[in-house]
Design a protein around this ligand. Structure first.
Ligand code: IMP
Ligand code: MG
Length: 332
């Protein structure tokens, strides 16, 4: 593994946090850089029984050796970032690009009223209005925030230096393919493209540098906010199936539907994915809870994995069987 990008193939909330944190440790990555939109994302990491909900710091923090970077394409809420850095004690290994756009209180206010709230159902975290200001060339930049002084670094240069030295690098995406501003169900989307090439652009890594694109697909589909969801089940049915989930950032109950093979196939295409990380298989097949060996899966679960591989044409290399970083089958 040299340069690996991790993105979500549905509507976000597929379990990128778990996959990124696993890879950071398993492949002992030198650098983990976050691309994507900003603190509208919530990545959950469970390490030694403790649950972390990260909105800004890259999930690679679980490896104490890993340098943590936030690319210029990301919008940053200084309060959220500084609080996380403090709570995780990562001040000595976090770097922030001077050109990250800063979310200001007015962006949050704007995100919590009018069509953004009523029609789109945004997370209300100010990322969209901040990106709008960036496009208008009036956004405040990370280099203008005195509290960030110790963190400012040239993120693209650091990443490309690491790649030049053939060090393992992990690029962490946020959100999901179908809420991409370009490839999602517009207008019910987030405020930037979030596919693999956009994540590379967010952190300043060129397309020829990428070796692997890991597409995270949850074993069922969830969506928060407005927009079409094929095969959507009722909230009660979701509860019965164990598919009821609640937003990391907003606390809203997510809408749910069965695994969607067509969306998965298109996501593989849009992201140039080379492997699939299938998450939450234990929710569909409780018998495989905690399994770490493919041979321990029962027939039905194996058939599901093989059906996905047949349909999308790339291998399922990682399989999540529980929330913990170690509850995973690694077939790489
Ligand atoms: P925004 O990104 O806050 O502007 O919200 C736009 C749409 O994207 C809404 O439907 C949100 O619920 C959805 N969204 C934004 N971030 C995430 C995420 O990290 N996971 C899932 N949905 C998200
Ligand atoms: Mg999430």
């Amino acid at each position: 593994m040299a340069c690996t990008v991790v993105v979500d193939g549905f509507f976000g909330d597929g379990g990128k946090g778990k996959i990124v944190s696993y890879l950071a440790v398993a492949d002992d990555v030198t650098v983990c850089a976050r691309g994507g939109v900003g603190p509208n994302a919530g990545h959950t990491v469970v390490k030694e029984g403790v649950t972390y909900k990260l909105r800004m710091v890259p999930c690679g923090f679980v490896n104490p050796r890993t340098r943590l970077l936030i690319g210029p394409g990301v919008t940053v809420n200084p309060e959220v970032l500084l609080k996380e850095v403090d709570e995780l004690g990562v001040e000595d290994r976090l770097g922030l690009d001077p050109q990250c756009a800063i979310i200001e209180p007015r962006h949050i206010e704007e995100d919590r009223r009018g069509h953004l709230k009523e029609k789109i159902g945004t997370t209300g975290t100010g990322t969209g209005p901040c990106n709008a200001d960036r496009a208008l060339r009036v956004a405040k930049m990370a280099r203008e925030v005195p509290e960030f002084k110790g963190f400012i670094t040239d993120v693209p240069a650091e990443l490309n230096d690491a790649l030049e030295m053939e060090e393992p690098v992990l690029l962490e995406g946020t959100q999901g393919t179908y809420i991409s501003l370009y490839h999602g169900t517009y207008p019910y989307v987030t405020s930037n493209d979030v596919c693999a090439s956009a994540i590379c652009s967010d952190v300043g890594v060129g397309p020829t540098r990428v070796d692997e694109v890991v597409l995270v697909l949850k074993s069922y589909v969830t969506r928060v906010g407005a927009g079409y969801l094929a095969g959507e089940v009722s909230m009660d049915e979701a509860k019965r199936l164990g598919w009821d989930e609640y937003g990391t950032v907003t606390g809203r109950q997510r809408r749910a539907a069965p695994f969607n093979f067509e969306l998965a196939k298109r996501a593989v295409m849009l992201n140039g994915a080379t492997q699939i990380a299938l998450t939450k298989l234990d929710i569909l097949y409780p018998e495989c809870s905690g399994a770490s060996d493919f041979g321990d899966l029962d027939q039905e679960a194996v058939a599901f994995v093989e059906k996905i591989e047949d349909h999308v044409g790339i291998p399922v290399t990682l399989i999540g069987t529980g929330p913990g970083v170690k509850e995973i089958i690694d077939r790489r």
